[in-house]
Design a protein around this ligand. Structure first.
Ligand SMILES: [Zn+2]
Length: 256
């Protein structure tokens, strides 16, 4: 058990390093495989000893060895959250098939969240394979029907809300990337996850959005990416969905 947790956390560090490559290159439409890592400022290749997750950034004090250009704190942060979340998932689920699904889902959700925060995009090259992967895993675990309904309903519900929003306000409230992300979450977790994900992400997103608007003193039309809230709600449901459902049914039961 501890071996699985340690292995997950260590592999999570390396995967976090790869996740950073994805976050930087995918919105720029660059290959995530070739060429190897290089400094975006001076294009100097990054040596293996300068590419160790977490430690290299700390050793270099967040600066390129060659040109001293600052390296974003997003690099160590993403490596850390990937490692910690993968370790915690292994600890929560243990060595069962669901763990593989959890690790893949969390990788996709962290990468998508960071890309959305930096660029306001949820690229199709991640959401489409994500939907396919979610359907495949659900078929593997034996509930592809719920997953298929979840994927279609996830896209459809947001499409409908966006349509109504456009009718009422005359402007776009959500991006198509959000529809596809909700479809992906539905494919991974089944349609049962959708009410919670929509509710939780909307409530947290609205409050966080208001705070950000107040702090930034921007106009109401400022773009705030919704993807990270969807991703966070999806993560909560994946880990504690059955508890949330039991709690809700318990509340409903008390009132009848
Ligand atoms: Zn450099």
């Amino acid at each position: 058990m501890t071996a699985v947790v340690a292995l997950s956390a260590i592999v999570g560090l390396i995967v976090g390093s790869f996740a950073n490559v994805c976050v930087y290159r995918i919105p720029r439409r660059e290959s995530v495989m070739f060429p190897g890592s290089h400094c975006p400022a001076c294009h100097h290749a990054i040596a293996v000893y300068d590419n160790i997750p977490l430690f290299s950034w700390l050793m270099l004090a967040g600066k390129c060895r060659h040109c001293r250009a600052p390296i974003s704190w997003r690099y160590p942060l993403l490596e850390l959250v990937m490692s910690v979340s993968w370790g915690l998932l292994a600890w929560h689920f243990g060595a069962v098939p669901e763990l593989v699904v959890a690790l893949c889902l969390f990788f996709l959700l962290w990468v998508l969240s960071f890309i959305d925060l930096e660029t306001g995009l949820l690229p199709n090259v991640l959401t489409y394979p994500g939907i396919a992967l979610g359907l495949f895993f659900s078929w593997w675990l034996g509930n592809w029907q719920d997953a298929l309904i979840g994927a279609i309903a996830g896209y459809g519900i947001f499409w409908l809300i966006a349509r109504l929003f456009l009718r009422l306000t005359g402007r776009e409230g959500m991006g198509y990337g959000d529809f596809k992300l909700l479809a992906m979450l539905g494919a991974f977790m089944g349609w049962q996850a959708l009410p919670f994900i929509i509710f939780a992400s909307s409530v947290v997103g609205t409050f966080a959005g208001l705070i950000i608007l107040l702090l930034a003193r921007q106009g109401l039309r400022a773009e705030i990416p919704f993807g990270p809230y969807l991703a966070a709600a999806g993560m909560v449901w994946f880990v504690w969905g059955s508890e949330v459902l039991a709690w809700y049914l318990g509340l409903a039961g008390m009132n009848t």
